[in-house]
Write a protein that binds this ligand. Structure first.
Ligand SMILES: NC(=O)c1ccc[n+]([C@@H]2O[C@H](COP(=O)([O-])OP(=O)(O)OC[C@H]3O[C@@H](n4cnc5c(N)ncnc54)[C@H](OP(=O)(O)O)[C@@H]3O)[C@@H](O)[C@H]2O)c1
Length: 335
């Protein structure tokens, strides 16, 4: 099969190789997907570059955990009805060597989520591309909002609300009936956050941001989906409601300084997320909810670039450059 891989850490152009290797085969309980779309997240890029000095976990890694395509082979014990299903998948390169940047990927059957027929090739293709954006970003965004229960009637603050994770957190919180306060860094992201269902959109550099948030949430915000704990923890402590939860999935500092008593007197909870290690049932539940929201029609990731598999290094560089939207790798033109 045609695939991209790396056998050592390093810059994208040095480490990534595109070539031929033996087809992967599904093991017992697995399905094999003929991949049409492979989607990368910042985490895939960090794994390749050796972020935080992590060693190579396998002699060869095919990158990317997320993707979409059609099930074309089954391992022992898998329901024969799955053959030919169009699916999206998550976790393909999470504690596993071979991800979705290849013509074929094999994953445990439960990681391949069926997609409905959207009615025609181009609609199915669009759905597949969008679904492939749901894995790392979607499951993390979902958990950031819902790890502590439903949010109907609550106030949810989403930092980086137009980002990969933040946009999905925004949409899913609004869908569940929360009042959503979105904070974005670039002016162009304001409209996007509003389209996703945010009730209020503020600029992250607004010098009066705590007061602006308190004006619309006088008793504070109940949940915070946090894209940079180190950067925002003082603000979060200003606006968190009594009993509120800050769910953080990234911090620009490894040892952020916390306003301990402000957070403590709010009886608040700090939840630190690591998506590779969410319990399997949490990922599966999130995947079902995300698929439902996608099919309903308003959960849409901003895809800014489609890159052929042969140019995968460029896709990694785009993500590293901080491009404003999702980059997807086209493996085949199939729906
Ligand atoms: N812990 C986990 O399991 C987990 C899971 C998923 C992602 N992550 C990590 O979380 C980070 C974001 O992932 P992503 O996929 O959402 O990335 P993304 O698509 O690049 O989106 C990040 C968004 O947050 C904004 N942002 C970043 N830092 C900010 C700050 N200090 N203040 C205000 N806004 C800020 C960005 O604004 P600009 O557009 O202006 O840059 C962008 O809109 C990455 O480092 C990723 O590796 C961790």
């Amino acid at each position: 099969m045609r695939a991209a891989w790396y056998e050592r850490r390093g810059p994208a152009r040095d480490a990534l190789v595109v070539g031929e290797m033996p087809d992967v085969q599904p093991a017992s309980g697995e399905v094999r997907i003929a991949v049409s779309v492979s989607v990368l997240s910042p985490g895939d890029v960090k794994k390749r570059s050796g972020w935080q000095g992590s060693p190579m976990p396998y002699p060869r890694v095919i990158p990317h955990s997320d993707g979409a395509g059609t099930i074309d082979a089954l391992g022992d014990g898998v329901d024969p009805a799955r053959l030919g299903q169009r699916v999206w998948c998550y976790g393909a390169q999470s504690y596993r060597p071979f991800g979705t940047a290849a013509e074929f990927v094999a994953v445990p059957s439960e990681l391949a989520v069926p997609l409905p027929d959207a009615g025609g090739n181009s609609a199915n293709r669009e759905l597949a591309e969008q679904a492939a954006c749901l894995g790392i970003a979607g499951i993390t965004g979902y958990r950031a909002v819902f790890a502590d229960g439903p949010v109907d009637g609550l106030i949810v603050l989403v930092h980086g609300a137009a980002g990969g994770v933040g946009s999905i957190a925004t949409r899913m919180a609004a869908r569940d009936g929360a009042t959503v306060i979105a904070v974005v860094r670039r002016p162009a992201q304001r409209q996007r956050a509003a389209e996703l269902g945010a009730d209020y959109v503020f600029a992250s550099d607004d010098p009066d941001l705590p007061a602006a948030i308190r004006a619309v949430a006088p008793d504070g915000v109940n949940r915070i989906a946090e894209v940079d704990l180190a950067d925002h923890v003082d603000l979060d402590a200003e606006v968190i409601a009594i009993g509120g939860v800050i769910s953080s999935y990234y911090s620009s500092a490894d040892r952020p300084t916390l306003p301990y008593w402000k957070l403590g007197f709010a009886d608040s909870t700090l939840r630190l997320l690591g998506s590779d290690d969410f319990p399997a049932e949490v990922k599966s539940h999130a995947a079902q909810q995300l698929t439902a929201a996608l099919v309903e029609g308003r959960l849409r990731s901003a895809i800014v670039e489609r890159v052929p598999l042969a140019e995968i290094a460029r896709a990694h560089e785009l993500v590293e450059s901080g491009v404003d939207g999702r980059v997807i790798v086209t493996v085949s033109e199939d729906a």
